[in-house]
Ligand binder design. Sequence first.
Ligand code: SF4
Length: 750
Amino acid sequence: MAPVAESSPLRVIHTVCSHDCPDSCGVLVTVNAEGRAIKLQGDPSHPVTRGFLCGKVAKYLDRVYSPERILHPLKRKPGVAKGPLVRGREHEAFERISWDEALDSIAARLKETAERYGPESILPYSYAGTIALLGYGSMDRRFFHRLGASQLDRTICAEAGGVAWSSVYGKKIGTPTEDFRLARLIIAWGGNIHGNNVHLWPFIVEARRNGARLIVIDPYRTRTAALADWHIAIRPGTDSALALGMMHVILREGREDREYIDRMTVGFAQLAERVRDYTPERVAAWTGMTAGEVEQLAREYATTRPAAIRLNYGVQRNENGGANVRAIVMLPALTGAWRHRGGGAQLSTSGGFAWNEKDVRRPDLMLASPLGRPARVVNMSALGQALTELGEDREEGIGNREQGIGNREPKEESETQQGPRVHAVFVYNSNPGAVAPNHGAVRRGMARPDLFTVVHDIFFTDTTDYADYVLPATTFLEHTDIQGAYGHYFVQLSNQAIEPPGEARSNVWLFGQLGQRMGFEEECFRDTPEAIIRQGLGIGLGNGPSNGQDSNGHATNPGMEHITMEDLRERGHIPLSFHREGWLPYASGPVPTPSGKIEFYSEALAAQGVDPLPAYVPPVESRWGSGAQRYPLEFLSRKGDNYMNSTFANLEGHREMEAANRHRLEMHPDDARARGIDDGDAVRIFNDRGSLRLSAMINGSVPQGVVAGRLDWAKLHPEGENVNVLTSERLTDLGAGATFYSVLVEVEKA
Ligand code: SF4
């Protein structure tokens, strides 16, 4: 593990990049004799990382040692109103306090809030600021479960796609990343591989060297699209129409794999009936392609073997995102592409990691809370509504019958979809002041003087501007964790490489301490990170013959039974047991769906009143919706290529990399000309929810009728706004996710 001489004062520590990225890179950190990290490199022994890091994390020490880091707990000064603070002077709004004071004060306020309004008036808000097991969800979940706080439905990024994939295949497992090198045709569908999944790229390069073609389907000309053999710039949200049109052509021409369909799938007859209407001509009218192009794509896909589809989460951030994913992922089941190594599809590999979440997160603790039942669930994609409209107070009240907004059925049995107003929000691993849709409503909610807000973060952000308390957080170099991935099949141990600067503390430490201050007596609030890692791996559970097996010899963590702490420490990464050379995920059954087969037709969706077959239903906010008369342009609120959602946007080096696109609005020349707009002109983009001033960029990156801007921190925009002033809290058709790419706008010269 340590490629330095024994006599060297340098140490090399194995860590894992925990940012929200499919690649989950193994990262080797070189630490000098003073305990300072001096170098980061990709783990050369990791079969997917292969020794390199992306441009965002290659500069990571700028972040770790940034002079702007929050180093101590802070409390808002009396009389300082909540709202945007001047960048670089945020500390003036806060006073430094000790951890003891912070923890005692926060615990006292949460207790008081819970007693007065009911514990569901407290809302945790977190997402994938770290995706490692402990940092993402462990002690924090225990804390909020035991408290009886509202549960957060973590839908903002991937839920629509996840629910959609699982409705067809049971769980999120797909083509191994390393096998893309064997493909002869690769379709990147709504995925900017070169920008956001860069460790897949070398495998694609290898495949192309061996004759493979790369087709990119994306309304936006991404870096990946620019490098493709064929870029198909379909209109936003028309992906299901295209996939169903491809199926129409495949069936019309008899190019399906009947033996595979008969053996491995259910619902083929219903699907065949459904796609009958999706003629190339109709699909062409929706997507902006020609009928000939639809036919060409279908034929090329059905006749090339192996053919692999890498779809990413872009396709599901539309009102019809669930149907988009369902339709696309049915393609390899129709052609039997799963039979061939290097064929199939990948959305995520996360379903391969069978963490023992029950013990890590302890949902049973909700029964020990004052509620005595599972708490209500609040959808994070409707935070603005949750903070401004949800619930109604009743003193001592946890029982009113007000209907919640943006809520879904609780994940565990509960009668409640209602409850009190939100009176306290605890933010960690997220920056909702920048990333949550409908920024105007979010900001109004967060500015409520009566809302008690705690934020645990590394830097001052758009969200800390509204905090009563700001607590200093650690980077992945500064705590111990364990991690799977959603772009490969390796479990990795992330060792603490350096001491946290100042008084920064991890999520596990923070919520363990808070639990103890709240008087929670359960031992689990004293667990060490290593103990939780063992629980996550199922080590030491049951009385079976080996780790991860119960007394009956059944796997408690299938795929992870062989993993020991000793091996992890020695090797850093260990493949899941099924991830062997030549493994084909769906070449044979059973499939973990209710029917045991790949489901073209989903009885489970039908039972929920959802269309059991994929269809193209034009989004309300699209050129086909009535709102297009006032707001005729479809807006893509894209992520920055050089940021990770809102992470890194405050760092000078990253901002320089992103400079060409910052505060720009990409337009098609026809749309610009029709509005008298030239490249570089100041423009105002607006709809009923808000307005944003940007400058026009006319560069051929979007099709006619589509405009695109990039997410940035609101406080880094001259007028304190970002693209989310335009996005809505309307939810996706499956999974109740956010619809960042179903947004209608108009643009005018400013
Ligand atoms: S952001 Fe992704 S590609 Fe970059 S180092 Fe982290 S895991 Fe690797």
